[in-house]
Ligand binder design. Structure first.
Ligand code: SIN
Length: 483
């Protein structure tokens, strides 16, 4: 592929400021046509060990920098990312499939986290406490946790790394990320830019390999690692969390969702349709916060479904590299099979197809943008994260019933509700059992806001001051013998 900055094309791990090759490689494929786009190095166990030990050595000099120095380095990284946004987006589209405009949007979104945390680094404060014994002083320090490891997903190959790394580096931690084995190239390009920005060796590292389980075991169980952060599925998150228990690591877990999207009878119908299009069809339906169960009040059901049908049928499906594409491929054949299976089972159980419903024949992993109605809580599709461009619609009658149905899930990441009624907005904000509630808004993400879930959707938050606290420890210091 033609990049303006060919130095961004990297295919081996970045450890302690160096590109580290190995004899064994694995293939990265373009999900739009299954062509091999790169052979990426499999990290060896000694290289992985080296990543952790050198990050530990890099900690003190990184923490000894003044906050102004750390913030300036982060800001230069941000600037280089923005300057190279077209290339970073092209790499992302090639390995992940999302349309070019969404890829540029993700690069800018990720860079915003660096900007935010470079500023927040200046606001890591401690406290001086009142004491109840003379001759003593009591202080509270905020200390960086230490070496942080992370595993990030393929659906946002850039932003999910940056929103963790920016907070970790700002807090004074060193960071090692294993990007999804399906999308390592974006992460490696970010590493190249961190190097160009002057971020010291050992502070930001990327390790690549296809054996996620073996690498994950080291990243979660190594005694020198103080904190582990994960974005991915709930079953994998549970396993990684249990591995972290052996050394009692601090953890952040951003796991799966099953977001309800509720449109009440008094909602602005055009806003509802816009919200569903944004929340459901962004990234071909492959986000943890995608509307997964769309509840429409019976009085507006026909109108919403008809308007939505027009919009969905106007979506262009194709390779993300084509400028007119709205819906790119799903990540791989397993993803298409899963979505197809959920749709077919729903139809067998009584759902109706309004539009779409099938995989797209030919090369690449494409699935038609789909609307299903007649969904009921007993169906598999109601209870599982779809992760594809399928809007699954349920009709409802009253507020209490819909809140109970919305909360009827072990997941609690994100929820959406559309209404013009101010008292109902308050009730919903409190009654919806999710870490995030969008009222009359279908895309909530924002670097200053706490992104994260409750129940089996995870632990901790990313974004805002909540996000930096995940990389800080509270230390109580008591000084005696003072006068
Ligand atoms: C996700 O799907 O996990 C991230 C979505 C976002 O940041 O908006």
């Amino acid at each position: 592929m033609q990049l303006n900055n060919s130095a961004l094309w990297k295919t081996c791990s970045f450890i302690n400021g160096e590109w580290v090759v190995s004899d064994s490689t694995y293939q990265i494929k373009n999900p739009a046509n299954q062509e091999v786009i790169a052979d990426v190095c499999e990290i060896t166990s000694s290289q992985l060990e080296q990543a952790i030990t050198t990050a530990q050595v890099a900690l003190k000099p990184w923490q000894d920098k003044t906050v102004d120095e750390r913030a300036a380095l982060l800001r230069s990284w941000e600037q280089l990312i923005l300057n190279n946004r077209e290339d970073l987006a092209a790499i992302m589209t090639l390995e992940q499939g999302k349309p070019g405009s969404e890829a540029v949007g993700e690069v800018v979104y990720g860079a915003k986290y660096i900007e935010w945390y470079a500023e927040e680094a200046r606001r890591i404060n401690g406290a001086v406490l009142p004491v109840n014994q003379s001759g003593r002083r009591a202080l509270v320090l905020s200390r960086p946790v230490g070496v942080v490891t992370a595993i990030t997903p393929w659906n946002f190959p850039g932003a999910m790394i940056l929103r963790k790394a920016a907070a970790a580096l700002a807090a004074g931690c060193c960071f090692i990320v294993k990007p999804s084995e399906l999308t390592p190239l974006s992460a490696l390009a970010l590493a190249e830019l961190s190097h160009k920005a002057g971020i010291p060796a050992g502070v930001f590292n990327v390790v690549t390999g296809s054996n996620a389980q073996a690498i994950g075991e080291v990243l979660t169980m190594h005694p020198l690692v103080a904190k582990f952060s994960f974005t991915g599925s709930t079953p994998v998150g549970k396993k990684l969390l249990s591995q972290c228990a052996f050394t009692v690591k601090k953890t952040s877990m951003e796991l799966g969702g099953n977001a309800p999207f509720i449109a009440f009878e008094d909602a602005d119908i055009s806003a509802v349709v816009k919200g569903i299009m944004g929340s459901k069809f962004r990234n071909a339906g492959q986000t943890c916060v995608c509307a997964n169960r769309i509840f429409i009040h019976k009085s507006i059901f026909d109108e919403v479904v008809s308007l939505l049908k027009d919009k969905v049928e106007s979506l262009i499906v194709g390779p993300g590299s084509r400028p007119d594409t709205h819906i790119g491929p799903l990540i791989n054949s397993e993803a298409v099979e899963k979505v197809e299976g959920l749709v077919n089972l729903a139809i067998k159980d009584g759902a109706r197809i309004v539009t779409g419903g099938k995989r797209v024949k030919g090369e690449g992993h494409f699935f038609q943008p789909t609307i299903l109605t007649g969904i009921t809580p007993e169906m598999e599709i109601f209870n599982r994260e779809i992760f594809g461009p399928v809007a699954s619609i349920i009709v409802f009658d009253n507020e209490q019933e819909v809140i109970q149905l919305a909360n009827q899930t072990p997941f609690g990441l994100c929820s959406y509700a559309y209404t013009q009624n101010a008292t109902r907005i308050w009730r919903l904000s409190e009654a919806l059992d999710f870490g995030m509630v969008g009222i009359n808004e279908g895309v909530l993400s924002n670097p200053s806001a706490p992104f994260g879930g409750v129940k089996e959707s995870g632990l901790g938050r990313e974004g805002g001051s909540w996000g930096i606290n995940e990389y800080l420890e509270t230390r109580y210091v008591c000084i005696g013998g003072i006068g």
